[in-house]
Every structure is written in structure tokens, then in C-alpha cells.
Write a protein that binds this ligand. Structure first.
Ligand code: HEM
Length: 532
């Protein structure tokens, strides 16, 4: 204890003995804030527990993420309730092979070919929702009322459901129909009048079973799959917080947890079965069905056909099933939360909103046009980058073990083996040595050649050997959806912006693996109307 090199690291004295303060913040969903406060006080390398060090500076972050010598920390095993896959694995060889296998599904070129699916299964759906919300407001408008009808929408639900539909389309070959649930709520007819006796008797007669939706089995529907997906994600987060849950025999668990495990089993079975069916269509079906399946440029077909060019290893249906559950976890709220934040920042800064809209009217003169190239709308691209800097949906910490035998030197300090390095994306993005006025929302910093150069200091997708493979897809999705909705609709705030501009309080965030909105029902409600 007295000779440990960790003692030399900056940090409060008590972190030599305990990491309970960090745990307390993590338990409250505010671990990302805890790290920011520690960096502000002690600098970008700070001890936060006897064996834990926070890293909040871009060069150090890149160094710790740059090599497989610093494997993912043990925490990741807690996510493996959906099997070992690219995200959960701590095994270098496994990760290298998997990244080579799935690489072709995420190249910039292949991702561009997915744009039509992003449009039909994502963008069109969210627009259908906004249109339904506006139509509902029109219905309620008094006759003779002046001005356009304004619907009310919750951007959090609208974009989260849309992103879920996009990933389910790309990774499962079908939309789960998440957006439809929202549209149905808007269009729900008024409750029927009470039934007469005769009608009641009629109703009690056994009904014909509802026709199965294509591809679902055993009474599954898009909605039931969606529910089991959500339950699986909840279980993942619970086990991440309390790993013991996964270590004890299942029969000891309380009934709610047993139920969650049961649903997880069903969801994994569904994911594997989806891969099996798709493989059959791709490889065994008639020429016509093979052509139809092959013509779909999506992640699922790329995974099924994947092989590692070095070892020749392919992926089993179970492998594909496990990878797909991870895509749902890694590729939905990460992207949709950025969209929500972009709309919020633009509503708080009307001159920026006006500039984005002017730019979009120039590049998309027809209302229904869609933009796929972010460089065509540089101001919108700058807004997206600045939002991802200030409110990264991944602003929490991503832990790595110090190299097992040699340790590592960071910022002039030796970090011994056995230490966990907590790479803080929020810390890197708010580091005052890197960014002027770090807490200010200023898209200008990403404009022009200097702005382009500054992007190297953004690590929203992490860096190095485990960098996000979905980054091109995320950028395409952000560009297509935000350009279209900001061109086609006017948004207006329902509530005024927070009075005091304080980074820690002006957005009520919760960090639990990803960072999102603690109270979306209160904070993400806006007016929406059609633009010309
Ligand atoms: C704005 C949106 C996104 C952000 C900010 C983001 C960010 C990140 C970050 C920071 C990591 C590293 C996590 C770690 O070290 O454990 C990561 C990993 C990953 N991301 Fe993303 N991501 C986004 C969208 C996506 C999308 C759309 C997909 C795929 C559909 C995806 C798939 C993955 C996968 C599979 C990994 C694990 C890679 C590995 O461990 O080797 N992400 N992402």
C-alpha cells in the first residue's frame, strides 16, 4: 500500500482506500458527472479508487484505447448474458476475428447501400408519426382558426423507436414496428360504446386466431419481440450493476428476475432463428428467393455470408443471433439520443435553427428530398459534431485493464498492472486544454479547415482497436434523418430553455452504459408543424 505507484497519482487521499464515492455516483446514474468534477479538480489523470484511474485527455485516451495490450475490463463479462460477441468479449483473438468477419458490413461503401432501408424503415416512419400528430392537432383546431396546426411530439420516443426500427430492419431483416406503436397511439379511435347483450355473446365466441405476421412464430408479433428485446436490455443493465444476479443458480432468483431470464431466452432463440431462416433463404431457397434476399443490402445478410479472410472462420446462426442483440443495444439510443439533443440545442438557439433551415432549403429545394452526404450541409454537420462533443450518448467511462505484465505510463505517471483505466469520453470532450470554452455549445468550432482538424479530438465513437464499427452507419443515419426532419418540419419549444446555463443541470441526464434523458416525458416534448 505505502509503496504502490498509485499513491503518486493526483486524486483525493481517500481514493487510496476506497472507490465508494464513484460507486455512489454510478448508482445514481451520474458517474459521468463524477469524473468531470474529478478532472476539473485534479487534472485529466485522476485516481478514483485503490485500483481505478480516470483518463480525460485525448492523447492519453487514444494511447489506452490503441492496443489490445489493454483488454476490456472485467465489467464487460457482465453483459455476456446474450453470449460472447464483439462487444462483450475480452478475448483479443476472438475480437480480432470477429472484427474481420463483420468489417464488410460496416464499410462506408456498404453502409451507403443501406440508405434506402434507412429511408423506408426509419425516416419515412418518423415522418408518418409527425404527420399523424399534426393531423390530430388539425382535427382539434377550431373552425376558422388562423395559422398552421401544431402537433405535439416527444422527440425522445419518436427517434428511439425509429432507430430501433432501423436496426431491426438491418439486423433482423424486418422492422419490429416500434414506430407503428406510437402512430397507433395517436390514431387510436375513441373507446367503443358499451356492447349490447347480443354483441357481448357474439364477442365471447372463440375468434379466429390472428394471422401470423411474416417470419414470426409461436404467436410472436413485432410488438412481443420488441417487449422481449426491452426486457433483455433491462436484464443486461441489471446484471451490469449487480453481477451476482448472473452468478447464482436461477432457481434462487426472485420471480421477476426468473421471468426476465425466460424472456431473454426467448429473445435469443428468436435472434438465432431469424439467422437460420435468412441463411436458408440466402443459400438454399429457390433462385428467385435467393435473389430477393441477396438483393437486400443489410447487416444480416453480410453477417451470414461473413468469413474471416485470415482463418476462413464463418459465423454460426447462434453467433449471428448474439451479434444482432448487441447491435440493438449499441446502435439505437446511441444514435437517437444525439438526434434528441440536436433538436434541443437548436430550439434553445433559434438563430442556429434558422441557419440550419436556410442551409437545408438550399440543398434540398424539394421538401421530400433526402440528404446522404454530410459535406453538402456543413453547418448541420457542425451542429451534429458539436452536439456529440458536448452531449455524447457515450459520455460515460469505458474501462480497460492496464497491461498485465508491464503496466503503462500515462501523462508521466506509471500505472501498474492490476489497475483499471476508466477512459472518459465526456472528460476528453470537455477538457479545457483541448477545447476553448468547453461548456459552450458552439458549432462554429467544427467549420472550415480548422474545424475539420478539431474533429481528431472527438472520440465519441472511442478510438483504437475497439473503435465503434457502426460509426459510418450512425453518421449516415444522423445526416439523413436530421436533414429531412429539420427541412420538412418546424419544431417549437413547449417549455422555455433552462434559465441557468450550467452544464451539470441544464440537461437532466442519466448514465447507465450510455447517457440519455432521465425524464423524457418532461424534457423532450415539443410542438411540430409542417414546413412548406
Ligand atoms: C452516434 C452513435 C454511436 C456512438 C456514439 C457509438 C459509440 C461507441 C463507442 C464509444 C464504442 C466503444 C465502447 C467500448 O469501448 O466498450 C462503441 C462500440 C461499438 N459500437 Fe457503437 N456507437 C454508435 C452507433 C453504433 C451503431 C449504429 C452500431 C451498429 C449498428 C454500433 C455498433 C457498435 C459495436 C458492435 C461496438 C463494439 C465494438 C468492439 O467492442 O469491438 N454503434 N460504439
Amino acid at each position: 500500500f505505502f509503496v504502490s505507484p498509485m499513491r503518486k497519482l493526483p486524486g483525493p487521499w481517500y481514493t487510496n482506500l476506497t472507490g465508494v464515492e464513484r460507486k455512489y455516483y454510478a448508482w445514481r446514474g451520474l458517474e459521468h458527472h463524477y469524473f468531470l468534477r474529478m478532472f476539473a479538480k485534479h487534472g485529466p489523470l485522476v485516481r478514483v479508487g485503490p485500483d481505478k484511474v480516470g483518463v480525460g485527455e485525448v492523447a492519453m485516451f487514444r494511447k489506452m484505447m490503441g492496443s489490445y495490450d489493454l483488454p476490456k475490463a472485467q465489467m464487460y463479462e457482465n453483459f455476456a448474458i446474450v453470449g460472447e460477441n464483439i462487444f462483450t468479449t475480452r478475448n483479443t483473438e476472438f475480437n480480432k476475428i470477429r472484427r474481420r468477419q463483420i468489417g464488410p458490413a460496416f464499410t462506408a461503401g456498404y453502409v451507403r447501400q443501406m440508405a434506402p432501408l434507412l429511408q423506408t424503415d426509419g425516416l419515412d416512419e418518423v415522418c408518418r408519426l409527425f404527420d399523424a400528430q399534426i393531423a390530430a392537432a388539425e382535427k382539434q383546431q377550431q373552425p376558422g382558426a388562423v395559422g398552421k396546426a401544431r402537433g405535439t411530439t416527444n422527440t425522445y420516443y419518436a427517434f428511439t423507436m425509429m432507430a430501433t426500427d432501423i436496426i431491426s430492419s438491418l439486423a433482423y431483416g424486418r422492422r419490429f414496428g416500434a414506430s407503428d406503436m406510437l402512430v397507433r397511439n395517436v390514431e387510436a379511435p375513441p373507446p367503443p360504446p358499451p356492447l349490447s347483450q347480443e354483441q357481448t355473446a357474439q364477442k365471447e365466441k372463440p375468434q379466429e386466431p390472428a394471422p401470423q405476421s411474416e417470419g414470426y412464430e409461436d404467436g410472436e408479433t413485432g410488438q412481443s419481440v420488441l417487449e422481449s428485446m426491452i426486457a433483455t436490455m433491462i436484464l443486461m443493465r441489471l446484471v451490469a450493476e449487480i453481477p451476482l444476479i448472473h452468478r447464482v443458480p436461477r432457481w434462487i432468483l426472485p420471480s421477476q428476475l426468473k421471468m426476465l431470464y425466460g424472456v431473454r431466452d426467448k429473445f435469443l432463440a428468436f435472434s438465432t432463428r431469424t439467422a437460420t431462416r435468412y441463411r436458408e433463404r440466402l443459400t438454399k431457397g429457390s433462385e428467385k428467393s435467393q435473389a430477393a434476399a441477396g438483393a437486400r443490402n443489410d447487416i444480416l445478410s453480410a453477417y451470414i455470408l461473413a468469413h474471416d479472410p485470415e482463418t476462413g472462420a464463418t459465423m454460426s446462426d447462434q453467433d449471428v443471433g448474439s451479434e444482432n442483440t448487441v447491435l440493438l443495444a449499441a446502435g439505437t439510443d446511441t444514435t437517437s439520443n444525439v438526434m434528441v439533443s440536436v433538436v434541443r440545442y437548436l430550439l434553445w438557439n433559434p438563430h442556429m435553427m434558422a441557419r440550419v433551415q436556410r442551409e437545408l432549403r438550399d440543398v434540398l429545394p424539394e421538401r421530400e428530398q433526402v440528404l446522404t452526404d454530410p459535406t453538402a450541409a456543413p453547418y448541420l454537420a457542425a451542429v451534429i459534431h458539436e452536439t456529440m462533443r458536448l452531449r455524447a450518448s457515450t459520455s460515460g467511462v469505458w474501462p480497460r485493464d492496464a497491461p498485465r505484465h508491464a503496466g503503462i505510463t500515462l501523462g508521466g505517471y506509471f500505472i501498474p498492472p492490476g489497475t483499471v483505466l476508466c477512459g472518459s469520453i465526456g472528460g476528453v470532450h470537455l477538457n479545457p486544454e483541448t477545447w476553448e470554452r468547453p461548456e459552450e455549445f458552439d458549432p462554429e468550432r467544427f467549420l472550415g479547415p480548422e474545424g475539420e482538424a478539431r474533429k481528431k479530438n472527438l472520440v465519441v465513437f472511442s478510438a483504437g482497436v475497439r473503435i465503434c464499427p457502426g460509426r459510418h452507419l450512425a453518421m449516415l443515419e444522423l445526416t439523413m434523418v436530421l436533414s429531412a426532419v429539420l427541412r420538412r418540419y418546424e419544431f417549437a419549444p413547449i417549455d422555455p430553455p433552462p434559465a441557468a446555463a450550467d452544464y451539470f443541470t441544464d440537461v437532466d441526464e442519466i448514465c447507465s452504459i450510455t447517457t440519455g434523458f432521465r425524464n423524457p416525458d418532461r424534457d423532450c416534448l415539443v410542438y411540430v408543424s409542417r414546413s412548406d
